[in-house]
Design a protein around this ligand. Structure first.
Ligand SMILES: *[C@@H]1O[C@H](CO)[C@@H](O)[C@H](O)[C@H]1NC(C)=O
Length: 198
């Protein structure tokens, strides 16, 4: 009797865990900065979100056309894990051309199209550099903050139905080339992602 009861408790606990974390049921789009986060997320034991899948250089304009090579890459992940029930949209830019709000709206619409029906869409900018704000030469001195502002604007737009979980940050000693995270930075970003999404 007691054994059956304990077995029942164990089964209930593990099914709750699966429900809460759902391995690889969260996809993402973004650039190398999203890859840095996904690398760190896997390194610190995250399993809910996909691991890195080769999104280097894939700034906003790589994702505005729903049939782009980037979305085909996303679809390969979706074929492997199932269409994701959640998608994180990272707004990532090169200084030129930057990004417009109209382009961000298209990213959200495309994410819905490639995700499972009724999926939850999250949106963030690229990481900020609080103790060296103009550090990221690829995005330009004001670039990272611009991506965060676009993400917050999208989350405030009820018609988009997307959620802003907070900002990612990289400190000076966590950066290897002005933009990208070193190993310590990746782990820090991974912990930040875990705190947002489990
Ligand atoms: C908004 O998204 C949530 C998932 O995050 C979904 O459950 C809900 O139905 C959506 N609301 C509308 C009005 O589409």
């Amino acid at each position: 009797m007691l054994v059956l009861f304990l077995l029942g408790l164990t089964a209930a606990a593990s099914s709750r865990k699966r429900q809460a974390t759902g391995e690889h049921t969260m996809g993402f789009i973004g650039c190398s900065m999203a890859e840095n986060i996904a690398q760190g997320y896997v390194a610190v034991g995250g399993t809910h979100m996909w691991g890195p899948y080769g999104t280097g250089g894939m700034v906003v304009q790589s994702w505005t056309d729903t049939n782009s090579a980037s979305w085909r890459l996303f679809d390969q992940q979706a074929a492997r894990y199932g269409r994701p029930a959640e998608v994180w949209v990272q707004i990532c830019i090169f200084q030129n051309p930057g990004a417009t709000y109209d382009e961000v709206e298209r990213l959200v619409a495309n994410a819905r199209e490639h995700a499972a029906p009724g999926a939850r869409i999250w949106i963030t900018g690229q990481p900020l550099y609080p103790d060296n704000p103009s550090s990221c030469f690829l995005a330009g001195p004001a670039g990272p903050q611009l991506t965060v502002d676009l993400a917050k604007r999208a989350a405030a737009d009820a018609s988009l139905n997307v959620t802003y979980p907070g900002e990612f940050v990289l400190m000076r000693n966590e950066v290897q080339d002005g933009c990208h995270a070193n190993a310590a930075g990746q782990r820090s970003l991974g912990e930040q992602a875990l705190a947002f999404w489990g």
